[in-house]
Design a protein around this ligand. Structure first.
Ligand code: CTP
Length: 398
């Protein structure tokens, strides 16, 4: 995930410098912050004004600020960055990097960089193939830098050929994959997640349901999978799609079907997150024909469903963890504590219907994570960010 990542983007004097704009835009769209450091030659190809407009930050190019002589600290940039990307990187810059020729701000920044460095070479084929360039790239590789090999786009057989800078989307994907790989803290874990509503059938055309969209459960499933876990997602009727290949989806309709699937899958999991809005009652009789509009009243008789959370809480082994949700309208914390206890949960995620933007159908949520030991409240966030907070809490006790 690039969200919240600080990227120093080094731009050098290549015709591909304009593509740096696309890189900046792509990184910022994915939630990264970008600080540009440009070489004197780079400025011949693209103006700092364009770049600072895109990044909302002044571009660093000289050792001293021209206006007031303030010293630009390359050391600070080296500490601020989560990654440095040099794109496009010319043969000249690659040579200077490999040999420590610190005659511009980009190279000094590179030399004091504490974060991983990615280099996207851009030059013509002859320059790229020249032994000196290849030797310098080899040196940079041996220093632990990541070389993003130039693409062999559709112009491969023509002028640009190999040596042409890799496409911006591919460069961004390389950075994204790198960070994702770093964050795989759930590798080897199996996690069960229930999501969405259940439908309790009344007759062939009607059911008792609820407004749950499944968005929170799906966000949790994606977050766990992204962090390396294998996910068993059991979901009621929802109109959402699974993205990550490590998510195995089981579609169910009723509380009973969800119970059967969950009790069956939980023994092979390290943790269960029970996010579904399971119906508490189900019609005691399902009419096999459509119920007719007859008489003054229709009285429905309902039987309680199985409490999935409570059943899993009872079968939970010492090496397993269980997380529940509580959506409350009143006396929120009292009810949440009761459920924590009764269902033998390790923690419960409370969201109150009294908070604007929280609960069913919204893309945002506002939660308090409650365990026996402590309570942590979070501000209103997107469901993807809320999922990350919840999984951070789970990770600590797994
Ligand atoms: N839950 C469950 N199976 C049920 C009912 C609830 O697994 N049949 C889970 C939910 O997924 C959630 C937690 O239990 O993680 C609390 O759900 P909630 O509906 O708030 O609790 P209930 O025990 O049903 O209490 P009430 O409806 O009376 O508030």
């Amino acid at each position: 995930m690039l969200k919240g990542k600080n990227i120093v983007l080094g731009i050098t004097g290549s015709i591909a410098a304009y593509k740096a704009c696309l890189i900046i835009r792509g990184l910022i769209r994915k939630g990264a912050e970008v600080q540009v450091v440009i070489t004197p030659a780079g400025k011949e190809f693209i103006t700092p004004i364009t770049l600072s407009a895109l990044t909302s930050k002044p571009v660093v190019s000289e050792f001293f600020s021209q206006r007031d002589g303030t010293w630009h600290s390359h050391v600070d940039l080296g500490l601020w960055a989560d990654a440095m990307l040099i794109a496009p990187a010319t043969a000249s810059t690659i040579g200077k990097m490999a040999n420590g020729v610190a005659d511009n701000m980009l190279i000094t920044t590179y030399l004091s960089m504490k974060a991983p460095v990615f280099i996207a070479p851009a030059m013509d084929l002859d320059m790229y193939a020249h032994p000196s360039t290849q030797k310098n790239l080899e040196t940079l590789r041996s220093y632990g830098n990541h070389i993003i090999e130039p693409g062999t786009g559709f112009l491969a057989s023509h002028l640009e050929g190999k040596g042409r800078m890799e496409e911006p989307e591919r460069i961004i994907a390389v950075l994204e994959d790198y960070f994702d790989e770093q964050e795989k803290d759930l590798e080897g874990k199996q996690i069960l997640i229930t999501a969405g509503p259940t439908y309790e059938k009344l007759d062939p055309v009607r059911f008792i349901g609820n407004y749950s969209s499944g968005k929170m459960g799906f966000a949790l499933a994606e977050e766990c999978a992204r962090r390396g876990a294998k996910v068993q997602l059991i979901c009621g009727p929802v109109s959402l799609k699974v993205q990550h290949k490590n998510i195995t989806r089981t579609d169910v309709e009723s509380a009973q079907q969800m119970y059967d699937a969950a009790t069956n899958l939980f023994p092979s999991c390290h943790a269960g997150i029970l996010c579904a809005a399971v119906a508490d009652f189900t019609p005691s009789q399902v009419s096999d024909q459509k119920i007719k509009r007859e008489g003054d009243q229709l009285v429905l008789r309902l039987n309680p469903t199985q409490d999935i959370a409570q059943a899993l809480g009872m079968q939970k082994r010492a090496d397993q963890r269980l997380v529940g949700f509580a959506l409350e309208t009143n006396d929120e914390k009292v009810h949440a504590y009761e459920k924590l206890q009764k269902k033998n949960l390790d923690f419960i995620v409370l969201n109150s219907l009294n908070d604007a933007g929280a609960g069913f159908r919204y893309d945002t949520n506002k939660i308090t994570v409650i365990s026996k030991e402590k309570e942590v409240s979070y501000p209103l966030k997107s469901k993807a960010e809320v999922a990350a907070d919840i999984i951070d809490s789970l990770k600590k006790i797994l």
